[in-house]
Design a protein around this ligand. Structure first.
Ligand code: GBH
Length: 513
């Protein structure tokens, strides 16, 4: 499309404009005169009688049984940190140390979801989701990390899940989203010890034996690097809790290996404790390598680079293939973790699906060097969202899914996008609305890339948008908003943003609008 001069702009009518920006379907919320005009438009798709495959690619229609959802996590939304018998997690301790979290923010109140879950679930029902991913707080269920179960903590999740089910929403529970009990940090250094893996398995048993009558979709652990590699470091104060300095990189990798063991033992514990057949997954933040072009050589380069991108070779490889990537091990040398015999068998449990958290990626091209590829730096002005690490790479959605299927050779493993979303500089305007067109732009492009994966036959089964509402964004505190619902933290008022209404329309039409 050529440049539109401001003079020409005046000739564009409202209907054209709505169609251009993809809002042609919001007829129900339009003034009646406009709604009538929209309704009287001939349906372009049926007019030109496209073939089935053309129709699929031009309308971005999703399969009938596709799961549309939203995601949150316990520490980021619940608050009520010392209520109902809960004891501190490492994030309570960490955020209480001045300077660790922006503005000195903590999760003490967060979105007060512990008290407001009913109205939050009502709002989810208005959004039209049928699936909700949340996490269960270990320090609510077993406040000392091991030993006695706190039934009052369990009761909160019973209430929440019953409320979800009353609204026709299926619960998907993550057992661990970074909130390790402080007691275990004090006792044996939490993830530095293998004991953490068996304590996690006992915690999984405690949860599933009590909630397994209400929940059948389980995820063991969310994003292993975020509480291991980013929480332990050798020469700097790591950004995430418990933020411990250790003396070697090998020790950091050991925390990661212990988390893999926890995942494996956790899978076994969930299956043993579940009263009915259930689904078990891991949630991984894979480092997505995107080929600069889709030439055969660049695609091969992206596949090769996938091994050493982020922590893939040491996490998703052992979990899905039963072995650390040899390329990764060679690169690590003496820094690789100690692996005891039998560990890999525990780690490589059968999974019912894999959850992928996708936000961004890296461009790769084939190169004339020893490894055969290179990671490309992004130009300084490459577009990003309102947080430095989210560069806009919609095709990372497609390639993340394809790498798991193809590069890891797990063709038939169902995949869920368990998180995708972005921070935006949201402001409430004088009409009391939040018009986050930048977030809509971001989400729309990523969903189109998800659709491409499905249309090429990759087994993507569902999508959970991060996040249902603004929340405690870890070391950024409340300064970064990822929600499609705005939270006014002073009053705890929820304001559905423009992206909320846009997502509701996608769900309702079962396609990207
Ligand atoms: C997820 O973390 C969390 O699960 C969620 O709790 C959080 O609120 C949400 O996303 C938004 O941050 O190598 O530059 O690409 C994401 C944490 C931070 C993990 C960036 C991967 C890669 C940085 N991620 N990181 S980069």
């Amino acid at each position: 499309m050529g440049a539109v001069t401001s003079g020409e702009m005046f000739k564009i009518n409202r209907r054209d404009l709505l169609t251009w920006v993809g809002l042609g379907s919001v007829a129900s919320s339009l003034p009646i005169a406009i709604a009538k005009r929209v309704a009287s438009q001939p349906n372009a798709a049926s007019d030109s009688s496209p073939t089935a495959s053309q129709k699929l690619t031009t309308t971005y229609q999703f399969p009938e049984n596709f799961f549309w959802g939203v995601a949150t996590s316990a520490y980021q939304i619940e608050g009520a940190v010392s209520e109902g018998g809960r004891k501190p997690s490492v994030w309570d301790t960490f955020s209480a140390i001045p300077g660790r979290v922006e503005n000195g923010d903590t999760g003490a109140v967060a979105c007060d979801h512990y008290h407001r879950y009913k109205t939050d679930v009502e709002l989810m029902a208005k959004l039209g989701i049928k699936h909700y991913r949340f996490s269960i707080a270990w320090p609510r269920i077993i406040p000392d990390g091991r030993g006695k179960v706190n039934e009052e903590g369990v009761d909160f999740y019973k209430r929440l899940v019953d409320c979800l089910r009353e609204h026709g929403i299926t619960p998907h529970a993550t057992l661990f989203h970074w909130d390790s009990p402080q007691a275990l940090e004090d006792l044996y250094g939490s993830w530095r010890s293998r004991e953490m893996a068996s304590d996690f398995a006992d915690y999984a048993t405690a949860v599933v034996s009590r909630l397994g009558d209400r929940i059948t979709n389980w995820m063991t652990i969310n994003e292993i690097p975020s509480f291991t590699h980013m929480a332990y470091a050798v020469d700097k104060q790591p950004p995430k809790a418990p933020s411990t300095r250790v003396s070697s990189l090998k020790e950091v990798w050991q925390t990661c290996h212990n988390a893999l063991l926890a995942h494996g033992l956790g899978c076994q514990a969930i299956r043993a404790a579940s009263p009915s057949s259930c689904s078990v997954a891991l949630v991984a933040d894979i480092g997505v390598t995107v080929p600069l072009t889709e030439s055969a050589v660049d695609v091969a380069a992206a596949q090769q680079a996938f091994h050493t991108s982020w922590f893939n070779g040491g996490i998703i490889f052992p979990v899905l293939t039963g072995a650390y990537s040899p390329v990764m091990l060679e690169k690590l040398g003496a820094d690789a973790p100690a692996i005891q015999s039998g560990d890999l068998k525990i780690i490589h449990q059968p999974l019912d699906s894999l959850g992928i958290n996708n936000y961004t990626g890296n461009y790769i091209r084939a190169a004339d060097n020893k490894q055969g590829f290179e990671f490309l730096d992004l130009p300084k002005a490459y577009p990003r969202m309102y947080i430095p690490w989210i560069h806009i790479l919609p095709e990372s959605m497609y390639w993340g899914i394809r790498h798991v299927s193809e590069t890891l050779g797990r063709k038939n493993l169902p995949i869920f996008i368990t998180e995708n979303g972005c921070a935006a500089q949201d402001e409430v305007n004088d009409k009391g609305e939040v018009i986050d067109t930048d977030r809509i732009m971001y989400l729309r492009q990523y969903l189109k890339a998800a659709h491409r994966a499905i249309s090429e036959g990759y087994p993507l089964k569902g999508y959970f948008l991060w996040s249902f509402m603004d929340n405690f964004e870890w070391e950024s505190g409340y300064s970064r908003r990822f929600g499609i619902t705005y939270v006014d933290y002073k009053t705890q008022r929820r304001i559905p943003k423009a992206s909320f209404k846009w997502y509701a329309e996608c769900i309702q039409q079962n396609r990207v609008v």
